[in-house]
Design a binder for this molecule. Sequence first.
Ligand SMILES: C[S@@+](CC[C@H](N)C(=O)[O-])C[C@H]1O[C@@H](n2cnc3c(N)ncnc32)[C@H](O)[C@@H]1O
Length: 191
Amino acid sequence: MQANELYLKLTQTHLHPSPRVLEVGFGLGVNFRATLERCRERGVYLEYLGYEAFPVSRAVLASVEMPLSAPAQKVWEDLLEGWPAEPHRPFCLEGAWGRLEVRFEDVTQALLPNGWATALYLDPFSPKVNPEPWQPDVLEKLFWAARGGARLATYSVAGAPRRALAAAGFVVSKVPGIGKKAWLVAERPEV
Ligand SMILES: C[S@@+](CC[C@H](N)C(=O)[O-])C[C@H]1O[C@@H](n2cnc3c(N)ncnc32)[C@H](O)[C@@H]1O
């Protein structure tokens, strides 16, 4: 499954003792649920910050089911219960499992935290159809949002964002994906 192989493993979130994930494109919460599930299995506290410019309704979120353990399913049901009908303010959910915040903002306009993330999931639609979040100024903001040693993962190996990630200061590598696809990992070097 792409969420596990691409986002969790390439960012090494599946090993991190106290992961802080920043995601561009919270979407249907698939990556969130996969990350939550692994963190629950390992008993580690998860902090997850998602940016989503075009949030879907609770009904759409609920329609996309995933097999989850009972503790992770409970968190997901709490999310569904609290998901706002008209999202304006950030949505927050917190418990012994960790903390989720979804900011209903266009990431191109958003203020990101500084030096916060241990992992960055860059998961908007493709650079061709959804070019805005792949622009150099956004990728540079992601660099500053990352801690030293943090990794960004994305499914697109398109040349322009790849060069912009390198120009922002990331060490960028293409890695084999599923099937014939390649994926991208970008690491913010330790200072
Ligand atoms: C491929 S989907 C994300 C899937 C999601 N990561 C998941 O696990 O379900 C891409 C998402 O990026 C969001 N998006 C596109 N442009 C954006 C922007 N400028 N700022 C924030 N979110 C954006 C879209 O609304 C869409 O929900």
